[in-house]
Design a protein around this ligand. Structure first.
Ligand SMILES: Cc1cc2nc3c(=O)[nH]c(=O)nc-3n(C[C@H](O)[C@H](O)[C@H](O)COP(=O)(O)OP(=O)(O)OC[C@H]3O[C@@H](n4cnc5c(N)ncnc54)[C@H](O)[C@@H]3O)c2cc1C
Ligand code: SF4
Length: 523
């Protein structure tokens, strides 16, 4: 088929998966079309305004979904060029080598991936280079083997974080610098793109110094004449030929009008929840349960991590500006007193009174939210949730998203919180307040008032899993649909298990790996 609306490759969604893939394919000379339901994030002062971003949720989608009980939920997700990487904290971790094998947890088994860590390693390296990751190999006790150093030195700790690092080290832990995708040059601050500010995690970067998929992949890809982008293009359905083996039409709604496109290869990368919804919406005679869903796994095994934000409040202020520099993985696989994995300890961006008003924690007696924000260390704890077929994305009668989720495997997470409590009680005595300086550890429900499970949807993955067996997976090991010859998926959907570190680098690395397969196929 040859027409103006025909492309060699159509990529749906321009985030971590789709944006990275577009960049990788751009230099091939093939006609590539990127379809993105959102627009560019407007560049305006509100990008860095905590009230606009956190309290008012200015950039969040206004879409509403339903949970398993039919209650409305407002997903904490963003539809823009660059996807959620415009807002992410840019902590760019590799999964652990062990995460690719089966791991026994207290709540069950985290299944093995159909590819090994070694298969993905060269792509992790490329993704770290592409996304300017700053880090230091050899510090993180669980870190997997890497074939080269990080491309940039680690982001330094500010004094309060350094003190915490030293305290943790004194207690026998091996704290390390978070690998971060911020284009910070600490040796030449005057020339550095990144100004090291407090409004990074959860905010778009006003000066384009965050390593997001728009700035580093979509924009450079669009410099090639063979690559085009259509924004505000909501893909509603994929249609196949009569055999059901080939996607022939991509049906788009744009400003209330319908448009159609066709591609020799169609790549879905809408984020794990929307990609599953798109395949389910694309059911037809040959695919009655949803496109590529003979296995009935599409939409199932939704994972989003067991996450908590915990604020450790001290009488002394925490003047840290960029807080997301420190992490601890000593309990990732367990400890001497608990044989099962617990997870990962790190930080969110520094919370302030406005951020706290967006999901108010219980007030510490005698403190206002503003004071709490000025005195807190704001921990982010991540544990692995396991793939449960009943945790799933479905559609209601009008085609809207229903997200059913029952938390699992939370015993390890509770123990991780206890570990952190124990560590915080043993902090260095403060010169002014002594041991009384530490007031305690308080949880902040990030999504209070939004009726969404605490896990939220920021780390969504697992809904279109890849695997060798078409009976138990929708995608093959190259992320091509088992049942459709020209359909691929490259967002977080393909994860068979979620591990307990942030997902974006793995999505980017996998998109580069799939990109190599596509380049081979397009030759
Ligand atoms: C506040 C926040 C902080 C985070 N911090 C981190 C972090 O520090 N480290 C980390 O690794 N991860 C982090 N994440 C998660 C990370 O952003 C995601 O894992 C990653 O962006 C997922 O990539 P993706 O390609 O699967 O989807 P996305 O990046 O979400 O991209 C999907 C794209 O598809 C578009 N789309 C959806 N449906 C359609 C449709 N029907 N038609 C056309 N387009 C469509 C969307 O608009 C979007 O642009 C964070 C997320 C959030 C929200
Ligand atoms: S300037 Fe640096 S710290 Fe601030 S938002 Fe941009 S990348 Fe993040």
């Amino acid at each position: 088929m040859e027409s103006q609306n025909h492309y060699d490759v159509i990529i749906i969604g321009s985030g971590a998966g789709g944006g990275t893939l577009a960049y990788h394919l751009a230099s091939s000379g093939k006609r590539i079309l990127l379809l993105e339901r959102g627009d560019y994030v407007p560049r305006e002062k509100d990008n860095w305004n905590s009230r606009a971003v956190n309290t008012e949720g200015k950039y969040n989608t206004k879409e509403s979904w339903r949970d398993k009980d039919g209650k409305e939920l407002h997903p904490h997700t963003n539809y823009y060029v660059g996807g959620n990487t415009k807002f992410y904290g840019a902590a760019l971790f590799r999964l652990r080598k062990e995460d690719f094998g089966g791991i026994r947890h207290h709540g069950g088994v985290s299944p093995a991936w159909p590819i090994s860590y070694d298969t993905l390693e060269p792509y992790y390296l490329k993704a770290e280079q592409l996304y300017h990751v700053h880090g230091l190999r050899g510090e993180d006790p669980t870190e997997p083997p890497a074939s080269a150093p990080y491309p940039h030195p680690p982001v330094s700790h500010e004094p309060r974080m350094q003190q915490l690092h030293d305290d943790f080290q004194r207690l026998g832990l091996r704290p390390f610098h978070v690998p971060l995708g911020v284009q910070l040059d600490e040796k030449n601050r005057h020339a550095s793109k990144c100004i090291r500010c407090a409004t990074c995690d959860g905010f778009p970067c006003l000066v384009y110094a965050k390593s997001d998929a728009q700035v580093l992949c979509v924009d450079p890809a669009l410099a090639y004449p063979n690559v085009s982008l259509v924004t505000n293009a909501l893909v509603k359905r994929l249609e196949t030929d009569d055999s059901g083996r080939e996607v022939t039409r991509v049906v788009v709604e744009r400003h209330g009008e319908t448009a159609t496109f066709s591609g020799s290869i169609v790549v879905v990368s809408c984020g794990a929840i929307n990609s599953a919804a798109l395949l389910l919406r694309s059911a037809n005679e040959k695919h009655p349960r949803g496109l590529a869903n003979g296995s009935d796994v599409v939409g199932r095994h939704y994972m989003g991590h067991v996450n908590s934000v915990l604020m450790a409040i001290s009488k002394c202020p925490n003047p840290t500006v960029f807080q997301k520099s420190l992490a601890v993985n000593d309990f990732y696989f367990g400890s001497k007193d608990w044989e099962y994995p617990m997870g990962h300890i790190s930080f969110v961006g520094k919370l302030d009174g406005d951020a706290l008003r967006g999901g108010a924690p219980a007030l510490v007696p005698g403190w206002t939210l503003d004071q709490m924000g000025k005195h807190s260390l704001d921990f982010w704890l991540t544990s692995e949730d396991l793939p449960d077929p009943n945790n799933r994305v479905t559609l209601d009668r009008s085609g809207n998203i229903v997200l059913s989720y029952t938390p699992n495997n939370d015993e390890g997470h509770k123990r991780l919180i206890e570990k952190l409590k124990g560590l915080m009680k043993q902090q260095t005595k403060c010169g002014v307040h002594g041991h009384e300086c530490h007031e305690g550890l308080f949880s902040r429900n990030l999504y209070a008032g939004q009726r969404i499970p605490l896990a939220g949807v920021a780390h969504q993955n697992g809904t279109i899993r890849f695997g060798r067996d078409p009976k138990t997976s929708a995608l093959d090991t190259n992320c091509k649909a088992h049942e459709v010859d020209n359909l691929y998926v490259v967002d977080g959907s393909f994860f068979p298990s979620s591990a307990a570190v942030n997902p974006a680098l793995t999505i980017m690395a996998n998109a580069l790996r799939v990109g190599d397969q596509l380049l081979e196929r397009l030759k």
